[in-house]
Design a protein around this ligand. Structure first.
Ligand code: AMP
Ligand code: MG
Length: 336
């Protein structure tokens, strides 16, 4: 029995009369993901419809596949500056900044490689080395040029904000919910969760972390209030190659290969969803040792990193807020 927490995914009721009012919930499909938004009390309905409209608006701007999105326009810009919205610039600038701070582990120009491996079409294959080397020449976030209202990409390069868009959308959706006067809400945009205020009973939200070895169950939960909790995992999207190996959707911009470094899941907890999302992907690429080093040098976030040996590594800020599933038998190490 692993479900010992009051996990947000485990609340089956649509409406529940709780101390501080009625819970409203909205399920949407956007950004290739099933999303669930829950809010309590006065204005909950309006808050949820306004925030889901915002998520869809952002999807239309940030999608790499939708025609006429800002990203599609940049990708077909032929090396010329393309005017874009301030949201698009915000996301790109956050991603470039984290790219810089993580020595390029986060690289939003990874798309040609992602396509070659088949992650954009579902026609998976193991590409040959020569092709990967060639595509690595078209992978360099340092080539993205932003001004206050435009983005320029060299011809042949492609942008993909899959690693950051949901985190940013969570920030905006949470902002709208707060502006509507709602003080208790939880929204889950796939691996990107935002906990707004406290639960109606005054206790912190408990956000479940999927068990990477059995993704329909939770291996741990973290207690949070007014925080983003964003997870990157090797179980989210992957294929099994003819060689029997698992190839996941997060690609190393150094080798061009899907990451296979012994880290299977990284959850980042912090105040900005966009930053947490960018970091979860980057730290996943960096792997346990480098991720721990990055944490020690920055300490502006907390993380739960799970390695393939089943160990759960948590940063010291989480010592009192992570609960592990009782039967997981997982060893927990604190990164200090
Ligand atoms: P996430 O689930 O937030 O870790 O994002 C994973 C998605 O980001 C993938 O599905 C790709 O679209 C994209 N991606 C994969 N590898 C990288 C990388 N090294 N840097 C930036 N984006 C990446
Ligand atoms: Mg991410």
């Amino acid at each position: 029995m692993k479900k010992l927490f009051a996990l947000i995914t485990a609340v089956p009721l649509l409406f529940c009369a709780c101390g501080n009012g009625v819970m409203k919930t909205e399920d949407i499909f956007a950004m290739d993901t099933f999303m669930t938004l829950k809010a309590y009390g006065k204005n909950a309905d309006e808050a949820l419809s306004a925030s889901s409209a915002e998520i869809k608006r952002l999807e239309d701007l940030l999608s790499v596949t939708k025609e006429n999105s800002d990203i599609s326009n940049i990708n077909s810009g032929g090396g010329k500056p393309v005017p874009v919205s301030s949201d698009t610039l915000n996301v790109i600038n956050t991603a470039l900044e984290i790219g810089e701070k993580t020595d390029g582990a986060l690289d939003i120009t990874i798309y040609p490689l992602l396509t070659e491996w088949g992650f954009t079409t579902g026609e998976y294959k193991i590409p040959d080395e020569k092709k990967l080397k060639e595509l690595l020449k078209r992978t360099d976030y340092g080539q993205v040029v932003t001004t206050k209202d435009s983005v320029k990409l060299p011809d042949g390069f492609r942008l993909d904000l899959g690693a950051v868009a949901k985190g940013y959308a969570g920030d905006r959706a949470a902002e709208i919910i707060r502006e509507a006067g709602v003080t208790s809400a939880i929204i889950s945009l796939g691996g990107s969760v935002q906990a707004i205020g406290l639960k109606p009973d005054g206790s912190p939200w408990k956000v479940g972390i999927a068990d990477p070895f059995s993704p329909n169950e939770e291996i741990a939960a973290v207690s949070v209030s007014d925080k983003a909790v964003v997870t990157s995992g090797n179980y989210n999207r992957y294929f099994e190659g003819e060689d029997g190996k698992r190839y996941c959707h997060i690609i190393s911009p150094y080798s061009g290969y899907p990451v296979d470094n012994g880290t299977v899941s990284v959850t980042v907890i912090g105040s900005s969803g966009a930053e947490c999302d960018a970091l979860s992907t980057a730290l996943f690429v960096m792997g346990y040792e480098k991720a721990a080093e990055y944490y020690r040098e920055n300490r502006s976030f907390d993380m739960v990193l799970i390695t393939s040996d089943g160990k759960i590594h948590i940063t010291e800020g989480l010592k009192n807020s992570v609960i592990t599933a009782e039967d997981s038998g997982a060893e927990v190490e604190v990164i200090e």
